[in-house]
Design a protein around this ligand. Structure first.
Ligand SMILES: Cc1cc2nc3c(=O)[nH]c(=O)nc-3n(C[C@H](O)[C@H](O)[C@H](O)COP(=O)(O)OP(=O)(O)OC[C@H]3O[C@@H](n4cnc5c(N)ncnc54)[C@H](O)[C@@H]3O)c2cc1C
Length: 325
């Protein structure tokens, strides 16, 4: 029987990456709709923690113990081990995150299994015996709907497209320790550098306070950071602020940055250009502070405060202090 496979990615601490929990949640609804089997694959030198996490979402997890992932780029090794499990059935569906590693795995898997590939899905439904994949293209101006010419294929899922929901019952975990030699060239990891600002995982934040060109300087971002920390949120930015060198690229939100879906998105001095909007438009509540009442963000913000952010934010901080004290 054809199977929906979720190829899991791991966080640095060995736990399941949130994007993989999203892919697994999606996999469950597709498997239900299509009457297919659902299984997960974790490939790592120590796959146990992530496999345990993934078993909360899918009925069966194959935990592949692969010591070669230590000190080598993970994606090609994971793809090779996953391809051996998935096999050549053209009706198989493979789901994986649309992050840097997920993209690498998807490309290699497509070559090794012969399955087609649809990328950056913002939604997947099951129709006519196969997945129907929605993708946002041209910087979010258009939504396309595509299906595979075969019934199955590989789909990379854009972060924050699915609300994570564990299954009612935990799945089983099968341990595997493949002996076949790896054939793809290996890429040695010679150094790992923690990027400044990456400590705050912006894709997972419930509250984001973003600064744009209106913040004016790196020092101006101290005000953005104060508000973010007072609200228990993290700092985001537009590309204009990142290009100006005021804040690291890790915090950039938009077409060429991160895609976020917080409960609250506070935009300070952000015009709301389409390339920024595509990264944050699914936030539950968007509040903008902008001195221009006609800024494009006025069209999609839930609330626009018209004013100078350097006047409004200090008042907000004082009010928050008064409430806390
Ligand atoms: C291929 C491509 C990819 C891109 N990718 C991205 C991306 O990933 N993310 C992204 O953000 N952009 C991206 N951009 C850039 C995008 O087009 C915009 O240029 C950018 O988002 C504008 O950033 P901004 O809103 O900070 O600046 P601006 O558009 O200059 O807006 C600044 C806003 O601040 C307001 N303002 C100024 N001073 C104050 C003040 N004191 N108080 C209150 N309000 C004030 C102004 O009224 C204005 O609305 C991309 C562009 C291209 C072409």
């Amino acid at each position: 029987m054809a199977t929906i496979w979720v190829v899991a990615e791991l966080d640095a601490d060995g736990s399941l990456a949130r994007i993989s929990a999203e892919a697994a949640t999606l996999g469950r609804s597709l498997a239900q709709a299509g009457g297919l089997d659902l299984a997960g694959i974790v490939v790592a030198a120590d796959p146990v923690a992530a496999a345990e996490d993934l078993a909360a979402f899918v009925p069966r997890v194959v935990a592949v113990n692969e010591p070669a992932t230590r000190g080598a780029a993970w994606a090609s090794i994971a793809a090779e081990r996953a391809a051996a499990l998935i096999g050549p059935d053209p009706e198989n569906v493979v789901l994986i995150g649309a992050g840097p590693d997920g993209r690498d795995v998807a490309g290699a898997l497509s070559a090794m299994t012969g399955l087609g590939l649809l990328v950056n899905a913002t939604g997947v439904s099951w129709t006519d015996g196969g997945p129907m994949v929605e993708m946002s293209v041209f910087g979010g101006k258009l939504i396309t709907t595509s299906s595979f010419t075969a019934k199955g294929g590989i789909i990379t899922i854009r972060p924050n497209s699915v609300a994570v929901e564990p299954a009612g019952a935990r799945g089983s975990i099968v341990a595997a320790a493949p002996q076949e030699p790896l054939t793809l060239p290996r890429v040695a990891v010679v150094e790992q550098v923690a990027e400044a600002g990456a400590a705050a995982p912006i894709e997972e934040a419930r509250i984001i306070v973003s600064g744009g060109r209106g913040v004016g300087s790196a020092a101006g971002f101290d005000l953005v950071a104060s508000l973010a920390s007072r609200l228990g949120g993290v700092v985001g930015a537009t590309r204009a602020a990142v290009d100006a060198g005021w804040i690291p690229y890790a915090q950039q939100i938009g077409q060429t940055g991160k895609i976020v879906k917080p409960q609250l998105y506070l935009a300070l001095g952000v015009s709301g250009a389409i390339q920024h909007k595509v990264g944050m438009q699914t936030a539950e509540t968007i509040i903008a502070i902008n001195r221009d009442p006609d800024a494009p963000i006025a069209e999609f913000a839930d609330l626009l405060v018209v004013g100078d952010l350097f006047d409004v934010v200090p008042v907000l901080l004082t009010a928050l202090d008064a409430r806390a004290g």
